[in-house]
Write a protein that binds this ligand. Structure first.
Ligand SMILES: [Zn+2]
Length: 75
């Protein structure tokens, strides 16, 4: 499972040491005022962190895969 599609495009365009970032949930998820969900991601290759703001609808769609990943990694 790759989470790059949840990362803002301008973040994906920033350079990674190995060419292309490979973002995974860092385990930090925060509900924002206004209803969006901030999910922190970290690049497995270079360690760069980024935050993706999901709508509640998007979060509903991806919640399970994000949580399953976090649980499996114990982060
Ligand atoms: Zn990277």
């Amino acid at each position: 499972m790759n989470f790059n599609h949840l990362i803002p495009k301008h973040e994906m365009l920033r350079e990674c040491i190995t060419g292309k970032h490979s973002y995974y949930p860092s385990g930090h998820i925060e509900a924002m005022i206004g209803g969006s969900i901030a999910v922190r991601f970290r690049c497995k290759k270079c360690g760069t962190g980024t935050t993706s703001f999901l709508t509640t609808e998007e979060h509903g769609t991806y919640r399970n895969v994000i949580e399953r990943y976090i649980e499996s990694k114990g982060v």
